[in-house]
Design a protein around this ligand. Structure first.
Ligand code: DTB
Ligand code: SF4
Length: 321
């Protein structure tokens, strides 16, 4: 178990010592010159009854994101093929809502199996799951389930009131129990303190099994959300969080997720140095735009994109879920 005090000491070390330590941990456990790219696709957008303060898709915010669904499996597979062409090794499918919608869940299951057949990894984010749903996703070949803890236990109630952090952790445990890798993390820049950021990372590090993938988002301030005027996070504190995640969870892949659009090339390079080795490609995240993979930046930094592995088939795509 990592204590808050130990983590805080690491976080508050002189900046250059911190990034140097994080880089050492990174090169011991990962190839520092390889970046993994995932692409997001929202198959159910908007209309969500949860009240996440940062989200354009909550009906409780004044964002008016129209509800849209994609129920055609081939459209999803085409998006996966396009993502693969552009250098992604994983398609991350998103669906808004507290729980999976049964129809959309079926569509996602079928798409997952087909996407695996073209050699791409799959990730899904669809809210809280039950045993049967987790087993079903595993059977269809799902590699990762994304379920963020968002922030510290202490700050959680300021951001979301319609569910508890304990409920989130239950789904994370369930997913891990079914042998699906977990992608979890949170959002920095929601008005939380550095102590909250440290506590969130300590929470992740103390899960029974550390998450395979850690998603670190920098808040994208969406007009109409309750966080549209949130105070900016100091970019060096953002880097400190990447460093702490890297040091506390050496084997996990740290993804620099939403918010790259507002980061300079130099800040991104510093994050790569410190231990981030995954990003989102594609022109869009779920509702907001994204900086596509900048091949020029990759070239200038001599970074290589991780390549797809050979396809692994789980179910045949004709089997139903
Ligand atoms: C995560 O931590 N970030 C991704 C993914 N997991 C699902 C989502 C980013 C969304 C950014 C805001 C939007 O597009 O609405
Ligand atoms: Fe709903 Fe997910 Fe947005 Fe929260 S983050 S409001 S659960 S779509």
């Amino acid at each position: 178990m990592v204590s808050f005090e130990t983590a805080k000491e690491i976080f508050e070390a002189p900046f250059l010592d911190l990034i140097s330590k994080a880089h050492s941990v990174h090169i011991e456990n990962h190839d520092p010159n390889v970046i993994q790219v995932s692409t997001l696709l929202s198959i159910q957008t908007g209309g969500c009854c949860e009240d996440c303060a940062y989200c354009a898709q909550s009906i409780r915010n004044k964002t008016k994101t129209p509800k849209q669904v994609i129920t055609d499996v081939d459209t999803i597979v085409e998006a996966a093929e396009q993502a693969k062409k552009l250098g992604s090794t994983r398609l991350c499918i998103g669906a808004s809502g507290r729980l999976p919608d049964p129809q959309i869940f079926k569509v996602a299951c079928q798409a997952i199996t087909k996407i695996k057949e073209i050699g791409l990894e799959t990730c899904l984010t669809m809210g809280m799951l039950n045993e049967q749903q987790a087993a079903n996703l595993k059977r269809h070949g799902l590699d990762y389930y994304n379920h963020n803890v968002d922030t510290s236990p202490e700050y959680y109630g300021k951001i979301i009131t319609t569910r508890t952090l304990e409920e989130r952790i239950q789904t994370i445990r369930l997913v891990q129990k079914h042998g699906i890798k977990v992608c979890t993390g949170g959002i920095l820049g929601m008005g939380e303190t550095n102590d909250d950021r440290i506590k969130m990372l300590v929470l992740l590090a103390n899960l029974d099994e550390p998450p395979a993938s850690i998603s670190i988002n920098r808040l994208v301030k969406i007009p109409g959300t309750r966080l549209e005027d949130a105070p900016e996070i100091d970019p060096f504190d953002f880097v400190r969080c990447i460093a702490l995640a890297r040091i506390l969870m050496p084997k996990s892949v740290v993804r620099m997720s939403a918010g790259r659009e507002s980061m300079s090339d130099e800040l991104q390079a510093l994050c790569f140095l410190t231990g981030a080795s995954a990003i989102f490609g594609g022109v869009k995240l779920l509702t907001v735009s994204n900086t596509e993979v900048d091949l020029k930046l990759m070239e200038r930094l001599n970074l290589r994109l991780l390549q797809c592995q050979a396809p692994i088939c789980y179910l045949t795509s004709s089997e139903s879920c």
